[in-house]
Design a protein around this ligand. Structure first.
Ligand SMILES: C[S@@+](CC[C@H](N)C(=O)[O-])C[C@H]1O[C@@H](n2cnc3c(N)ncnc32)[C@H](O)[C@@H]1O
Length: 315
């Protein structure tokens, strides 16, 4: 279901076999911990692998497809995956960029680092089999060398908001081409991305996505910039979530920062387009700020094109 690369679907299933007992309760405890703003330290790794990894992988896939679209010349050879957990974000990077020949994973919690080591070895992907797994904090990476792409997926949420500017600036220093941040699509996740964006612009980064400009973020009040991706649930995933529908929508927010600037594009769609008989209304963010634009159905060519657009697309 998840379609992780290499042999990882099989490796994940094999690791979870025999660890299914009490999974629904452990997954519920995991959700409560994350909703309560707690860290992964006491999270059960089987619950994470069954209930969260498919969703974080799906969000990473979506973001990396957009990063690759914006920087088509980017063919990274090296990846630094911080707060790697089981390795999920690196798996998504490997799907996007099979050119990756070196992966460094930084993970401070031993249960997750142990799990990543097992899955790396069983992945059937030479780069992952040879991954350098560093058991330390991403806030203490003096010995870690730079990589073409640095990826921090669902980890800033485990740091204090006050520490975000210094932390992302240090990650940026290690990114020779791109830094990609992915967070839960909550107001708190967006607050972290917002703080990271300001720090990265101050450090000279070009913000390539989701923003279409490097000016001040116009999002204020109780609104927050986020997106969704739908993923199918396997039987085990449904069991872990005590779910009745075979899919789920993962809300995420993100930032792609590049060393090279990208040609500026128009606005990004920040909510599901709303259609009715008169036309389509799009919530947009662009260099001019936030805007609601109505495309009347009588404007046939533009309306036809707009009908194909989705939340998260660029206009
Ligand atoms: C929610 S999981 C995300 C795992 C993976 N990146 C993903 O997207 O599925 C967060 C991971 O970051 C790790 N982590 C939290 N704080 C960390 C820190 N300061 N340094 C290194 N790893 C950290 C946790 O142990 C956990 O494995």
């Amino acid at each position: 279901m998840a379609t992780f690369p290499g042999n990882l679907d099989e490796a994940v299933a094999a690791w979870l076999a025999g660890r299914g007992q009490g999974l629904a309760a452990r997954s519920a405890a995991l959700s409560e911990r994350y909703k309560g703003g707690k860290t992964s330290r006491l999270v059960n790794p089987a619950a994470y692998l069954a209930a969260r990894a498919p969703a974080t992988f799906a969000a990473c896939r979506k973001v990396l497809v957009e990063a690759a679209r914006l920087a088509p010349e980017l063919k990274p050879k090296s990846l630094l995956d911080v707060g790697a957990g089981p390795g999920t974000a690196g798996w998504a990077a490997f799907v996007q960029w099979p050119s990756l020949a070196r992966i460094t994973q930084v993970e401070e919690t031993s249960t997750f680092a142990d799990l990543a080591a097992v899955l790396n070895a069983a992945s059937g992907i030479a780069t992952l089999e040879n991954a350098w797994l560093v058991r330390t904090s991403l806030q203490d990476m003096d010995t870690i060398e730079e990589a073409d792409v640095v990826l921090a997926s669902y980890v800033l949420a485990e740091l204090s908001l006050a520490s975000i500017p210094v932390t992302v600036t240090s990650l940026w220093k290690r990114a020779s081409e791109a830094l990609v941040l992915i967070e839960p699509g909550t107001p708190q996740g967006f607050a972290r991305i917002h703080a990271a964006r300001d720090a990265l612009i101050a450090a000279g980064a070009h913000i390539a996505a989701p923003c279409t400009h490097g000016g001040a973020c116009p999002m204020t009040g109780d609104d927050w910039c986020h997106f969704k991706t739908r993923l199918p649930r396997s039987r085990l995933h449904m069991h872990a979530k005590a779910a009745s529908v075979p899919f789920e929508d993962e809300a995420f927010t993100y930032l792609v920062a590049l060393r090279k600037s990208v040609p500026s594009e128009a606005s990004r769609i920040l909510a599901p387009p709303v259609s009715n008989k008169t036309g389509i209304t799009l919530k947009l963010c662009g260099a001019g700020g936030l805007e609601e634009r109505h495309i009347p159905s009588r404007d046939k060519a533009t309306f036809k094109a707009a009908k194909k657009l989705q939340w998260g697309d660029r206009l």
